[in-house]
Design a protein around this ligand. Structure first.
Ligand SMILES: *Cc1c(COP(=O)(O)O)cnc(C)c1O
Length: 359
C-alpha cells in the first residue's frame, strides 16, 4: 500500500486502522445495510453512537455532570467569537497571548467591546515560549489560554491553576495527554478534531453548564451554548460522519492503552526529535526548553533556501507536511497521536542524511 509518512499540522494523520475500519463500514455500518451518513441524526442508531462517543470523552477526562460535551461546527475559529459572546459576564476577561490563535481570540473580544485584558504575552520573543508567572484575577469572568501553539511549537507543560473559570483552546493537543477535570477549574475546554481526533468539521466543546447559562438575551439562538446543551448538540443537523470518525479515534486511543499511554509515547517521540535537533549545529528548534510542544516541532536549517530544499527532498522520500507555517517560516514536524515513534525515527534518519549532504 502506498501511504506516506504524514507530518501535516492539520488536517493531519489519522491512524491507519481507523481509516481501514471506516472503509470496511463505508457502505454498510455494522452490517446494517446503510452508511452512517445516510441515516437520521435523531434515529436510534446514530443516537447510540453519539452518546457512546460522549461517554468515552467523559471517561478520558473524568468530566462530571456539571459539564456538557458538545460536537459543534464552525471550527475553533467560531469559538473565538462564541466564548466572549456567551461567557463574558460584565466583569473582565483575561487572555494570555501565545501566538496566532490567541491573537485571533483576543481580536474577537475586542470586536465585541467587552472589558478584556492581555495579562501575559510572549510576542516580544516571537512566541518562542509560554510566559512565566502568569497571574489571573481570582474574580475574572474567565481566563483564556491556548494549551498548544500549533504554529510556534509551544505548549503549557501543565494547565494553569485558576480561581476563575479557565477557557482552553486545545485544538492541537486534544486527547494527547491526561487531564482530570476534577483537578482544575475548567470553565470550557475545546478543540477542532482535525489535528488529533479525526477529519475536519467538528469542534469538541466541553463546557460547564452554569457558565453557559450566563448568556445574555441578545445572543442569537444558534450561537448560544445553551441551545446545543438543551438539544444534546442536535439543535441542527450535526456532522454525523465526523462524529463517527471521532468515535473510531476514541476507540483507537483506548486500544493504545488510553491517554496515559498515548502521553508517554508522545513524550518519547518529541524527546527523540528534540534531542537530535539540540545535538546538531545545523538544525535549530524555535521553542525554548520548558515550553516545547510534544505535538508540533518547529525548527529551521541554516537558511531559507535549505529549508525549501529540505521540504522538496523529504517529499521525494515519502514524507509530507514538513513546511513551516507561512507566518513563522522554516520547518515543522507535527507528531500527533497517529504519528509513530518509528515515523519519527525515519524522519531523524532523513534529517541526518540531509545535514551530511548540505552541512
Ligand atoms: C487549527 C487551530 C485553530 C483553528 O481551527 P479551525 O478549525 O481552522 O477554526 C485554532 N486554534 C488552534 C490551537 C489550532 O491549532
Amino acid at each position: 500500500m502506498n501511504r506516506v509518512l504524514n507530518f501535516s499540522a492539520g488536517p493531519s494523520a489519522i491512524p491507519l486502522s481507523v481509516l481501514e475500519r471506516a472503509k470496511a463500514e463505508f457502505t454498510s455500518y455494522k452490517g446494517m445495510g446503510f452508511s452512517i451518513m445516510e441515516i437520521s441524526h435523531r434515529g436510534k442508531v446514530f443516537d447510540a453512537l453519539h452518546n457512546a462517543a460522549i461517554e468515552k470523552i467523559r471517561k478520558f477526562y473524568n468530566v462530571s455532570d456539571d459539564y456538557a460535551v458538545l460536537f459543534l461546527q464552525g471550527g475553533a475559529t467560531l469559538q473565538f467569537a462564541q466564548v466572549p459572546m456567551n461567557l463574558y459576564n460584565g466583569g473582565v476577561a483575561q487572555y494570555v497571548n501565545t501566538g496566532v490563535w490567541t491573537t485571533k481570540a483576543i481580536k474577537e473580544a475586542k470586536i465585541q467591546s467587552i472589558n478584556y485584558e492581555v495579562v501575559a504575552s510572549s510576542e516580544e520573543t516571537k512566541f518562542d515560549r509560554i510566559p512565566e508567572n502568569i497571574k489571573f484575577s481570582d474574580d475574572a469572568d474567565y481566563a483564556y489560554i491556548c494549551s498548544n501553539n500549533t504554529i510556534y511549537g509551544t505548549q503549557y507543560a501543565k494547565l494553569p491553576d485558576t480561581k476563575c473559570p479557565l477557557v482552553v483552546d486545545s485544538s492541537s493537543d486534544l486527547l494527547s495527554r491526561e487531564l482530570d477535570f476534577n483537578t482544575k477549574n475548567i470553565g470550557m475546554f475545546y478543540g477542532g478534531a482535525q489535528k488529533n481526533a479525526g477529519p475536519a468539521g467538528i469542534t469538541l466543546v466541553i463546557i460547564r453548564k452554569d457558565l453557559a447559562a450566563r448568556v445574555k438575551d441578545n445572543v442569537p439562538t444558534p450561537l448560544r451554548y445553551t441551545t446545543q446543551i438543551e438539544a444534546n448538540s442536535l439543535a441542527n443537523t450535526p456532522p454525523t460522519f465526523g462524529i463517527y470518525m471521532f468515535d473510531l479515534v476514541l476507540d483507537w486511543i483506548n486500544e493504545q492503552g488510553g491517554l496515559k499511554a498515548i502521553h508517554e509515547l508522545n513524550k518519547q517521540k518529541a524527546k527523540y526529535l528534540y534531542d537530535f535537533i539540540d545535538n546538531s549545529s545545523f538544525y535549530q528548534a524555535h521553542a525554548k526548553v520548558g515550553s516545547r510542544s510534544l505535538m508540533n516541532v518547529s525548527y529551521t536549517t541554516p537558511n531559507a533556501d535549505l529549508d525549501a530544499l529540505f521540504v522538496k527532498e523529504a517529499e521525494a522520500n515519502n514524507m509530507i507536511g514538513l513546511k513551516g507555517h507561512r507566518i513563522l517560516g522554516g520547518l515543522r514536524a507535527s507528531i500527533y497521536n497517529a504519528v509513530t515513534l518509528d515515523n519519527v525515527k525515519t524522519l531523524v534518519e532523513f534529517m541526518k542524511e540531509f545535514e551530511r549532504k548540505n552541512g
